[in-house]
Design a protein around this ligand. Structure first.
Ligand code: PGA
Ligand code: ZN
Length: 430
């Protein structure tokens, strides 16, 4: 069996032009695994620590040279000779090497880069695609994409406080067709914006960032674009939202637009309720803030039988918080981001905990991404059934979609693509 011969890392740039870490793991049989770590902007309070140099003379303090050094000087010597197929043991070793509660000593970016690169190296050594290495031979479910076509909040410079308006082509018969539905709707939306004299420049995740202030205006535009693309709003293409409400939560309440007075969680939930009654919405993520566990419980009790209620900032892919969410019925689904927790094994544990509870999962990119398409394989390996990886432009988003096209093609007749939204959003397992 091959063993790990070396590990190192490089400071590269992410899609926002900020430094991030790329790790490389080499085995003694000549196999190599390379992986790049993404970076969020609207991050959850309890995410694993992304280590930055803090040296104001470089990249406004955002350099990752220390994390790169940790890979070469601390992680590489410790992993030399280890079995790359023992992902859980390697990840346990990484966690022990770091030794802190939130991976602040070596940095979650250093740990995750190596963890993903080990998986890639082992896949290469066994001459299997990454999804089959991570998920086994039975991995054949392509995820339903949630495509973020209008950007606001922390991802754009417009006045829109709600972060993400996504289209979900759940009526498509396969992944490639779903992608086409998405792209054609995206182009129709651009035409529509242009005709109305609205800007067609895009935000961090490739969605348009027009100067509109109201969510209803965004929803109307999307419904119109779906129709203009020759598709049926609802039946062919539905809508998913991630308001990322932590971003407009304050001590006084939620402030969903600049000129609005603060409102309670129940008032905000009532607002979502009216949108759900009007528009073909199938999923609502972070409709409330990450500290609002009580509000979320009522939010899910009221809306959870109509739409999928996804927790992102509140769980940060951490089984400790997800277990609480399951016990308290805080939501009925979770967003999954590898870099929120910091190793592949812990991310797998988070997904499994959700699926065992009958929750759906959505494997997600970050707003700062790279051309690495690890999450495409990961979504198939986990049989998650959903992926959120941005709009229909920007190379770092398209890299994931293109990888999923490859996987669907490779699986051929074995590929499975079904809507997670056909029965009940509160879910009976992914
Ligand atoms: P982030 O946003 O990557 O900036 O945290 C994504 C999300 O909130 O889902
Ligand atoms: Zn989110």
């Amino acid at each position: 069996m091959p063993t790990i011969m070396s590990a190192d890392a490089l400071e590269i740039l992410d899609s926002r032009g900020n430094p991030t870490l790329r790790a490389r793991v080499m085995l003694d049989d000549g196999s190599t695994g390379i992986a790049s770590v993404p970076s969020g902007a609207s991050t959850g309070e309890y995410e694993a620590h992304e280590r930055r140099d803090g040296d104001a003379r470089r990249y406004r303090g955002r350099g990752v040279r220390e994390a790169v050094r940790a890979v070469a000087e601390v992680i590489a010597p410790a992993l030399r000779g280890a079995d790359p197929f023992a992902q859980a043991a390697i990840d346990a070793q990484l966690i022990a090497l770091d030794g802190s509660a939130n991976k602040m000593r070596l940095g979650a970016n250093a740990l995750l880069g190596v963890s993903m690169a080990v998986a890639r190296a082992a896949a290469a050594a066994s001459r299997r695609p990454l999804y089959a290495h991570l998920g086994g031979a039975a991995s054949c479910r392509l995820p339903m994409p949630m495509m973020n076509v209008i950007n606001g909040g922390a991802h754009a410079d417009n006045a829109l406080r709600f972060q993400e308006f996504m289209i979900v082509p759940h009526g498509a018969p396969g992944f490639a067709e779903a992608l086409r539905y998405g792209a054609e709707t995206f182009h129709a939306l651009r035409d529509l914006l242009r005709r109305r004299g609205l800007a067609t420049g895009v935000g961090d995740e490739g969605g348009f960032a027009p100067e509109i202030a109201g969510a209803e205006e965004a929803l109307d535009l999307i419904v119109e674009a779906i129709g203009a693309a020759g598709l049926r709003a609802g039946a062919d293409v539905a809508i998913a939202l991630d308001p990322a409400a932590s971003g407009f939560a304050s001590e006084a309440g939620y402030v969903p637009s600049a000129d609005a007075a603060p409102i309670t969680s129940d008032a905000l939930t009532a607002m979502y309720r009216s949108w759900i009654d009007t528009y073909p919405i199938v999923s609502l993520e972070d409709g409330l803030g990450e500290r609002d566990w009580e509000g979320f419980r009522r939010h899910t009790a009221l809306l959870g039988d109509k739409v999928q209620i996804v927790g992102d900032d509140i769980y940060v892919t951490n089984t400790r918080f997800i277990a609480r969410g399951i016990a308290e019925r805080t939501t009925n689904a979770a967003l999954i981001k590898l870099n929120q927790i910091g190793t592949v094994t812990e991310t797998v544990a988070a997904v499994r905990m959700c699926h065992e509870a009958g929750w759906h999962t959505v494997i997600s990119h970050r707003s700062g991404e790279t051309e690495d398409s690890f999450i495409a394989d990961f979504a198939v390996a986990m049989g998650s059934g959903q992926i959120k990886t941005g709009s229909l432009c920007r190379g770092e988003r398209i890299a994931k979609y293109n990888r999923l096209l490859e996987i669907e093609n490779e699986l051929g007749a074995d590929a499975v693509f079904t809507s997670p939204f056909t029965s009940c959003a509160s879910g009976s397992g992914a």
